[in-house]
Design a protein around this ligand. Structure first.
Ligand SMILES: Nc1ncnc2c1ncn2[C@@H]1O[C@H](COP(=O)(O)OP(=O)(O)OP(=O)(O)O)[C@@H](O)[C@H]1O
Ligand SMILES: [Mg+2]
Length: 341
């Protein structure tokens, strides 16, 4: 089955062609980062308008790269939520219109299920069951995964998502959006031990997270550096390192707890923050000690992309799932409510 996948939940237009027999044939992405950077975050109306502009040229590009024509496509998959409603509607209406015109089915995909299944596109995919750590711009969740659509939420952030904390901490130090890659780069030149940030909610039982306090801690530290007249370039590097270490260690402690609680030793990490090298290294060390394994996608499939939507949609289409003609999207949507395959 050849599936055309469309992702438009936020500020990336992603398009991909996935073949159930041959794997991923082509994928293309247009990132709107430059468009939103001046505002320090995503402006929803600008995001929607840009998706409208990029969608059809990207579909043509992907078809061309794969040497395929519209008539070869067996089905469409699109992100139906969670995300920005205006942005989601662009992908949903485009997919539904093409599906109607071409006489093929279309399926709406849960964006976080897309992220969660992205490591399945790699050479050594994880096998069920496993624990998944979803760490993106809008979510921080620990999930027990027994199969596609068999998700049990073990814990989540009570306030900011991990990626959001990276973005906000970067912004308060005058760094560019998105802040995750900026902080990761600066942290490489940070002075170990100059600042020590707390490891929130690790001293009590449970698998929930809280990252908003770290951002406040970073703000106070940054203001103290400014008041003292410290070298601000070095202060940025040192705060970046201390902040990243705190997030990475907190996530690692909670993952270890989740693996112990479930008795599993296979961990999948997905979402933009799973591209973070320090996080990967920490988790690999921890899983090595547990004789287990960590799975993740190549960096460009950690952040938003069309390939993960084409893949997840293909699995659901193969199981016979598809939508009626109504165009439905959801800003908020629990992954636990998805049907099991
Ligand atoms: N190397 C990195 N280290 C830390 N964070 C990173 C890195 N690369 C990207 N990020 C963060 O990942 C986030 C973007 O990831 P992603 O595209 O998965 O999120 P999103 O789509 O905005 O949110 P969601 O998927 O929850 O709707 C941003 O917050 C960004 O700062
Ligand atoms: Mg995302």
């Amino acid at each position: 089955m050849l599936v055309l996948g469309l992702e438009t939940s936020c500020d990336e237009t992603g398009v991909a062609l996935y073949d159930s027999e041959r794997g991923l044939l082509a994928d293309a992405l247009f990132s709107q980062i430059d468009l939103h950077r001046v505002y320090g975050g995503v402006v929803p109306e600008l995001a929607s308008r840009d998706h409208v502009k990029r969608m059809l040229p990207l579909i043509r590009q992907v078809l061309g790269e794969a040497g395929k024509q519209a008539s070869d496509i067996d089905a469409l998959a699109y992100t139906a939520g969670p995300g920005l409603v205006g942005a989601l509607l662009v992908g949903a209406s485009c997919a539904q219109a093409l599906a109607f015109a071409w006489g093929v089915p279309a399926v709406g995909v849960h964006h976080m299920e897309g992220h969660l299944l992205a490591p399945m596109l790699e050479e050594q995919p994880p096998a069920f069951p496993f624990v998944a750590l979803l760490v993106s711009g809008g979510h921080t969740q620990l999930v027990r995964v027994d199969g596609i659509g068999q998700y049990q939420l073990l814990g989540e952030s009570l306030d900011d998502a991990a990626g959001e904390a990276f973005d906000k901490t970067a912004k308060l130090m005058g760094l560019n959006y998105p802040g995750g890659p900026e902080i990761a780069k600066l942290a490489e030149q940070g002075t170990p031990g100059r600042f020590v940030f707390p490891r929130p909610m690790t001293d009590r039982p449970g698998l929930d997270f809280s990252f908003s306090g770290l951002k406040t801690f970073a703000l106070n530290t940054w203001q103290q550096c400014r008041t003292r007249g410290d070298d601000l370039d070095q202060a940025r590097r040192d705060i970046a390192l201390a902040f990243q270490q705190a997030v990475v260690e907190t996530l690692t402690i909670k993952c270890k707890r989740a693996l112990k609680q479930t008795g599993l030793n296979s961990l999948v990490i997905a979402g933009g923050v799973s591209a973070n090298k320090a996080l990967r290294e920490h988790l690999e060390r921890m899983l090595g000690e547990m004789k287990g394994k960590v799975f993740y996608a190549r960096p460009r499939f950690c952040t938003d992309n069309g390939a993960m939507i084409a893949y997840a949609g293909c699995q659901r289409l193969l199981a016979g799932q598809h939508e009626d003609l109504a165009i439905k999207v959801q800003a908020r949507w629990s992954m636990e409510s998805l049907p099991a395959l």
